[in-house]
Design a protein around this ligand. Structure first.
Ligand SMILES: Nc1ncnc2c1ncn2[C@@H]1O[C@H](COP(=O)(O)OP(=O)(O)O)[C@@H](O)[C@H]1O
Ligand SMILES: N[C@@H](CCC(=O)OP(=O)(O)O)C(=O)O
Length: 372
């Protein structure tokens, strides 16, 4: 078995809070220096690397003298603002030792769900990579509220992987990789060397965060691998404390857990649609329509819609769910929620008579829809 990042020329490396802040005790400058040395080595070998780093909140709490993580959002946001300064400064110094410039990029959910901002973020990151700068990304914690947070940087790492069409996502954490159960709780758990990303079996193995500073645990890493696989990227989950972990992966050594992408790759536009974390509405489909959109990749016609939930405008992204509430597809609607309520369960030929106009015969055209 060979490492999946061997051939990759563009990588996203994600480091978690527990590693970055030494389990909340304060920035682990030695670890940052090690990763900077390894990333410099990868760049000498012609690879482009984006770093997604957590740790702002944990570091901010430490700097503010708070012994435990606060619950109130405004306090978490204040801690993130303080901690992010420390993170940035430490990375800047670490990479400067290797003659590399760094750039701070703070993203919110809206930056990636709005198509124009998404394309802007993509061209900025690509420009930075072409300028040989190492972008260091985190969520813009100071301005986001709970409802619209990515919440964990595993998800953000996967979205960035898809955004820049990276070849692989490397998630560095405090374990060697994925085990069949949380190794902190189950000493008999077995190590998983390789698997195909996106299977329910993997999700069943993964538990919550192990340390008091990590947020998502293994589950968000497994879901991130599933998300990254949509753009054809493989994911490696490995231990960030392992010496030369990135250089060894680039040498082709199979360390950590390798989660392979199934062969089919979505187009960039469909990926963007699939990566929306928040949707403005839901269409409940009857069984025939659910089958047609999921299996035959058909357009969605108003006649197959049983119920319209939420308020949305023409062009917005909505979820299509079956009668049991399982999301089968998502897409950009041709009609607003008010219009959709009037034309649901009606044949296409009736639309003009009901609304007085016909925008499109489909409620969602297949080109603007992605089956899940
Ligand atoms: N099946 C599993 N295999 C490995 N680790 C697991 C598993 N299930 C849960 N975990 C826990 O996930 C933790 C890593 O996630 P987290 O604490 O969020 O770290 P990070 O800050 O690196 O994102 C591990 O320390 C471990 O206790
Ligand atoms: N944006 C947050 C990171 C969220 C978080 O804890 O992520 P992780 O440690 O990767 O599970 C921060 O910098 O504190």
């Amino acid at each position: 078995m060979q490492s999946v990042i061997h051939a990759g020329s563009r990588l996203v490396v994600k480091v978690g809070s527990s590693l970055v802040t030494n389990d909340g005790k304060g920035l682990d400058l030695a670890a940052l220096a090690r990763w900077a040395a390894e990333i410099a080595d990868l760049k000498r070998r012609g690879k482009q690397v984006v770093l997604v780093s957590s740790g702002a909140i944990a570091e901010g709490c430490q700097r503010l003298g708070w012994s435990s993580r606060p619950k109130a959002v405004h306090e978490l946001q204040a801690a993130a603002a303080v901690g992010q300064m420390g993170l940035c400064q430490a990375y800047e110094s670490a990479f400067r030792e290797f003659g590399l410039q760094t750039a701070q990029v703070l993203l919110t959910h809206e930056d990636l769900s709005d198509r124009t901002r998404y394309l802007n973020a993509r061209s900025t990151l690509t420009s930075l990579l072409n300028l040989n700068v190492v972008p260091i990304i985190n969520e813009n914690d100071t301005v986001v509220t709970d409802e619209i947070r990515f919440g964990d940087n595993d998800t953000l790492g996967a979205l960035v992987t898809n955004l820049i069409e990276a070849d692989a996502l490397v998630i560095l954490t405090d374990q060697q990789g994925l085990y069949t159960a949380d190794p902190r709780k189950n000493p008999d758990a077995e190590f998983v060397h390789e698997a195909v990303a996106g299977t329910p079996e993997l999700e069943a193995m993964a538990g919550g965060a192990g340390s008091s500073v990590g947020t998502g645990g293994m589950l968000t890493k497994i879901l991130a691998a599933k998300r990254a696989a949509r753009s054809g990227a493989a994911t490696v989950i490995a231990c960030g404390r392992e010496l030369n972990v990135l250089s060894r992966l680039a040498d082709g050594e199979a360390i950590g857990t390798q989660l392979l992408a199934p062969t089919s790759r979505m187009t960039a536009r469909k990926q963007w649609l699939a990566d929306h974390l928040i949707l403005t509405g839901r269409l409940v489909l009857d069984s025939g329509a659910a089958l047609a959109v999921r299996q035959k990749r058909s357009s969605l016609l108003p006649i197959g819609v049983l119920k319209v939930e939420g308020d949305f405008l023409r062009g917005e992204a909505v979820a299509c769910v079956d009668e049991s509430g399982v999301e089968v597809a998502r897409g950009l609607v041709n009609y607003s929620s008010d219009e959709a309520r009037l034309i649901m369960q009606k044949p296409t030929r009736a639309i003009e008579g009901i609304l007085g106009y016909l925008v499109e015969p489909e409620l969602i055209h297949r080109d603007n829809m992605v089956a899940l």
